[in-house]
Design a binder for this molecule. Structure first.
Ligand SMILES: Cc1cc2nc3c(=O)[nH]c(=O)nc-3n(C[C@H](O)[C@H](O)[C@H](O)COP(=O)(O)O)c2cc1C
Length: 401
């Protein structure tokens, strides 16, 4: 029987398994950030500066890490972030990731730019499903996708608002990675050197009739897609504004979130537009370089809108302790992107499930070690913040006073 641990004892081990399995261009697309990768690094190093202040001699023998999010009780304080390409990391990777999320009792978010049609995820997996929407310059296309997600029965719509234009990922230009894959000598050598991916993903799709394209795009846009460096195939809407959010609020009756907010005033605006939740995110360091790590601004966000709307955070979460820190600051949940994507790339559903098991065990251990029995007992007093975060909180308290 296959070893269920996959010999991976933390998320970094899963990352290494993914690195070995994937062609380099594809691995870099998943793993790296943009420009000088300052945001990417800071998303991780900030957790070294936010410290736990554990309490001892508390009876922590009965522990439970469930939370209630948008009225639904779930087993862990996390949800799967939208990522564009699980289906190219693993054959039908979106279904694999969705199945792992369902088994773990947490929501899964399907991204607009995925390769599996949204209806298939509903029909073949089910569970708690959220859909992420990119807004196009032609707003009618975005509305078409949102209507389709509504008909398919998605519980929540997440509009990503941090990508007014394409990010600058120079490594993608150098490694020439594209979807569909272009047949340059460099790419062919890269792919041939990774036979497990070549046979398990690429050739399998080809044998089944060809690589699925962006199955969630409207037909007229899908037809226009041609190979281009990842992320440059579609024109995003750089005229997107709050009126668009108000329009989407009218169209979407279910839970509506906006993703990619780093300023408390934007969170207040979102609440004023009737949005149900904000996702404090710098897109895992992939879009704007030199931005704050979301957790640096989380306390201000919560002070600004935490009582009016759900505040979720992401970017850089690789350890249970990272998640516990965000929850102790008051986050309602954490989204994980690469942690489960590494797992999917390493071993499909089993790898994604392994990532979630690792996080569940780490969260459980940290809860015990800080002296609480559940997420609801976490509190800011258990956390020590670096000076600059304390100063930011004081500053916004003065402005709000
Ligand atoms: C390969 C990859 C693709 C992504 N694609 C999308 C996307 O299509 N839409 C979106 O809103 N966010 C996308 N994201 C960002 C994630 O939703 C999330 O914000 C980010 O991964 C969180 O950081 P983490 O990877 O460090 O957990 C992507 C992230 C990765 C790594």
């Amino acid at each position: 029987m296959a070893d269920p641990t996959l010999d991976a004892h933390n998320i970094a081990d899963l990352r290494e398994l993914a690195r070995r399995r994937l062609p380099r261009g594809l691995f870099e697309f998943m793993d790296r950030g943009c420009e000088d990768e300052v945001s990417l690094r800071n998303n991780r190093t900030i957790f070294e500066r936010i410290k736990l202040k554990p309490r001892v001699l508390e009876d922590v023998s009965e522990r439970d890490q469930s939370v209630t999010l948008f009225g639904h009780k779930q087993n862990m304080p996390i949800a799967i972030a939208p990522t564009g390409t699980p289906g190219i990391m693993w054959h039908e990777g979106e279904l694999a990731l969705a199945r792992a999320a369902k088994a773990a009792g947490i929501p899964f978010t399907l991204a607009t730019t995925t390769l599996t049609a949204m209806e298939r995820v509903v029909d073949e997996v089910g569970g708690r499903l959220w859909f992420q929407l990119y807004m196009y310059a032609d707003r009618s296309l975005s509305r078409w996708i949102a209507e389709r997600a509504k008909t398919a029965g998605y519980e929540a719509l997440i509009i990503t608002v941090d990508s007014a234009t394409f990010s600058n990922r120079e490594y993608n230009l150098r490694n020439g990675f594209t979807i569909p894959i272009t047949y340059s000598t460099k790419n062919i050598v890269d792919v041939v050197r990774h036979p497990r991916w070549l046979f398990g993903v690429w050739l399998r799709y080809l044998l089944e009739g060809g690589l699925p394209l962006y199955e969630n795009y409207p037909p007229e846009v899908k037809a226009r897609i041609k190979a281009a460096p990842m992320g440059r195939a579609m024109k995003l809407n750089d005229a997107l504004n709050w009126d668009d959010i108000r329009e989407m609020r009218k169209l979407w009756p279910g839970t509506l979130m906006i993703k990619g907010v780093l300023h408390p005033d934007d969170a207040r605006q979102a609440a004023d537009c009737g949005v149900d939740g904000v996702i404090v995110s710098n897109h895992g360091g992939r879009v704007i370089d030199g931005a704050l790590a979301p957790i640096e601004v989380l306390p201000q966000m919560l002070d600004a809108v935490g009582k009016r709307m759900t505040v979720i955070v992401d970017s850089g979460y690789r350890r249970g302790s990272d998640i516990v820190k965000a929850m102790a600051l008051g986050a309602h949940a954490v989204l994980v992107g690469r942690a489960t994507l590494y797992g999917t790339a390493a071993a499909g559903e089993a790898g994604a499930a392994r990532a979630l098991t690792i996080l569940r065990e780490e969260i459980d251990r940290v809860l015990a070690l800080v002296g609480v029995t559940g997420i609801d007992e976490l509190r800011r007093e258990l956390i020590s913040l670096p000076n600059h975060m304390r100063a930011m909180i004081d500053e916004s308290a003065k402005t709000d006073a």
